[in-house]
Design a protein around this ligand. Structure first.
Ligand code: SF4
Length: 686
């Protein structure tokens, strides 16, 4: 009997990127536990990964290639050899390319594993050689990063662990206790020391339960509230004049723009009392060690990038970048890209193998439109690292697209997900304990190593191996498409990182974060001017707003849709045992969570004569579901919540999920998604 123990890092689309120790005996994964030496996760995993052994060894795992035998969506398949499945894909993709051109082939992926090489491997080079579409944008991160970069010149912010030094921590639209659990002990310790915790969130989350103050704006109206806060800082002369003069540009124009944006102007727009807005703004200047902390969520609105633009401006105005515990902390993954990793090193090989190839750009959040609205349709779709039929907005359009007879769909998956059911060919995908990777984190400043504890079960393969096999099947013999995993890591990780140290310790600290923990204490912004820019001159030339302007919601108060659909829909993460839709298909996780339901404020419920347990229809022009009703004191009148992450079958007889109702419209810039700008109506079923 041979037992081994290896160091790994959680691969999930989660900021914590926890370090783990995985054990296997005779090639079978037997245990996974937190690595106590990991500086951030300190030995604790979470209810998802604590049961990861059961997921890896689950009897429902897909372990062979499959070819569809029943109708699309039926889940009826037969097993196939890799050779047969690859041949089928090559034949169909070649037919599509020869008939419609390469742009009729579309790759789509998300962050099922967010590892440096396993997220996308050499896929970009492969699809470039096919002349296929190129994916851009994403539902999280890109839009907010774009907003931040418009002010700082890049996406680099404060290390959230510096909250240890904060006297006030403002958690803006982030449910830290649930979705960033390993940061919470730092915040709790600051709180015990006397720091004030403020949560700004349309829902009273479990994080808000622990806060000293919870401010509850209407969804998507943060820009109005933030402009009013800046109005107070400027009109009451609460800014750091020296810092602003030395390290920023565009102040006078910003001041003129916000001059009319008083708290009284903002209050009816955002639903927050003017006094509350004014007091919060005043607290920013009175408490220099104020950390603004946002993560994923607030950018899920048309105005999402502008929210992050404004949040980035506040520490410049108050000078809190000079103070330990001050500043703006968002995703810190970008620090790894300064000197330690180059996440484009492998994807950029597309320019080597297929220089000058023009490719149609497709935006990840708008898969439904891509499959149903294009004058020159997509006829071949390749999906990996994601379950878009449940996770992407306006998912009803995605389903209609996947049902098309003239669409050939390939899916690489670990389980028969709702998306996989529409695959014409399914490839079996490896689990993280079965593949090599390096894991940059977006929540902390350590790079993680992931050593496989076993070979992949059955005939499953890693994404890197999948794309090598596809390249061979297509007859692409360019060496760039056949790099080993180690060669891909060596390309993506800087020579300055000691790979042997990374492998043997399981983690290394990102080298570029300043030793004094104050990235902007002395300016040093990466803009063209070298200063923080309140006015984005380049935006004007691109047809975007030079200033962070308030734009009324397309789907919100005042819009035509409000007549028939007067309630804001929120679809928060709620289940501690789900990671997006991963794990919600496993009874060990799903059976311990609630079922999909509609949460209403008692005022809205009374208007509709709804009581707990009633069944109601929630609907808008995009979709409709029938679900049980629950009353909640965590919302405010006018806001309804349907927690998400559930598989289609959990919704009962209805086909679809709550994302059938959500809004896939582009964000103001940055190519994100406006999930949260969704209006619905709820009516009682008689
Ligand atoms: S899902 Fe997040 S919290 Fe859970 S183990 Fe992975 S990184 Fe850690």
């Amino acid at each position: 009997m041979t037992t081994i123990e290896v160091l790994g890092t959680c691969h999930h689309d989660c900021p914590d990127s926890c370090g783990w120790i995985a054990s296997s005996t005779d090639g079978v994964l037997t245990s996974i536990k937190g690595n106590p030496a990991h500086p951030y996760s300190t030995g604790e995993l979470c209810p998802k990964i604590n049961k990861f052994v059961g997921r890896v060894n689950h009897e429902d795992r897909l372990l062979t290639p499959l070819i569809r035998t029943g109708p699309k969506g039926s889940g009826e398949y037969r097993e196939a050899s890799w050779h047969e499945a690859l041949t089928r894909v090559v034949d169909e993709f070649t037919r599509v390319r020869d008939t419609f051109g390469g742009q009729a082939i579309m790759p789509w992926w998300s962050a099922g594993t967010q590892g440096l090489i396993q997220n996308a491997g050499t896929s970009n080079a492969l699809f470039a050689l096919l002349g296929a579409c190129r994916q851009d944008g994403n539902v999280c991160g890109m839009a907010s990063g774009f907003g931040m970069a418009s002010v700082y010149g890049n996406r680099l912010g404060t290390d959230p662990l510096q909250a240890a030094h904060s006297d006030q921590i403002i958690l803006w639209g982030t449910n830290t206790r649930l979705t960033n659990r390993h940061l919470w002990p730092t915040i709790e310790a600051a709180h015990r020391r006397g720091a004030k915790i403020v949560v700004v969130d349309p829902i009273r989350t479990i994080t808000a339960d622990k806060a000293d103050q919870h401010i509850q704006p209407l969804p998507g109206t943060d820009v109005a509230m933030l402009l009013a806060m800046i109005n107070v800082l400027i009109t009451e002369d609460r800014i750091d004049h020296d810092y602003v003069a030395e390290h920023s540009t565009g102040f006078d124009e910003l001041a003129a723009y916000v001059g009319e944006k008083s708290p009284e102007w903002a209050a009816p727009l955002c639903g927050v009392d003017a006094t509350v807005i004014r007091d919060l703004a005043r607290s920013l200047s009175a408490t220099p060690a104020t950390m603004l902390r946002a993560l994923i969520g607030a950018e899920h609105h048309y105005s999402g990038p502008t929210i992050y633009r404004l949040l980035s401006m506040i520490p410049v105005l108050t000078g809190s970048h000079k103070v330990l515990g001050g500043g703006f902390a968002r995703s810190v993954g970008s620090w790894a890209e300064v000197a330690d990793v180059d996440s484009n090193a492998v994807s950029g090989l597309a320019d080597v193998v297929a220089p000058g190839v023009e490719r149609r750009v497709m935006y990840q959040p708008r898969l439904g439109d891509a499959l149903t609205k294009l004058a020159e349709p997509v006829h071949a779709l390749f999906i990996w690292n994601g379950n878009p039929l449940l996770t992407m907005p306006n998912s009803g359009a995605i389903r209609r697209g996947l049902e098309r007879d003239d669409l050939f769909t390939v899916v690489s998956e670990q389980f028969m997900t709702d998306t996989a059911r529409y695959g014409d060919v399914i490839f079996p995908a490896a689990m993280e304990t079965e593949q090599l990777d390096v894991m940059p984190s977006w929540g902390h400043l350590w790079l993680g190593w992931n050593e496989p504890a076993t070979e992949p079960l059955g005939q499953a393969v890693s994404n890197t191996e999948l794309f090598r096999r596809l390249a061979t099947a297509f007859g692409f013999d360019q060496p760039e498409l056949h790099l080993s995993d180690t060669e891909q890591i060596e390309r993506g990780v800087s020579d300055d990182v000691d790979l042997e140290e990374l492998r043997s310790h399981g983690f290394v600290r990102v080298s570029s974060f300043p030793i004094d923990h104050l990235p902007y204490a002395h300016g040093g912004y990466r803009t063209a001017s070298g200063k923080a820019e309140f006015v984005a001159e380049s935006f004007g030339a691109a047809g975007m707003s030079r200033l962070p302007e308030w734009v009324p919601l397309e789907e919100g108060p005042g819009s035509p849709a409000v007549e028939s659909t007067p309630l804001f829909l929120q679809t928060p993460k709620r289940a501690t045992r789900f990671l997006n839709t991963s794990y919600s298909d496993l009874s060990a996780h799903a059976d311990r969570e609630s079922v999909p339901h509609i949460e209403l404020d008692p005022v809205d419920a009374a208007e509709r004569d709804l009581a707990p347990g009633d069944r109601a229809r929630i609907f808008n022009a995009r979709g409709s579901l029938t679900l049980p009703v629950a009353l909640s004191d965590r919302l405010r009148p006018g806001v309804v919540s349907v927690p998400w992450g559930f598989v289609d079958s959990a919704y009962g007889d209805d086909v679809g999920s709550i994302n059938d109702l959500t809004n896939a419209a582009d964000t103001e810039f940055g190519h994100g998604s406006s999930y949260g700008d969704t209006l619905v109506q709820v009516e009682k079923l008689i």
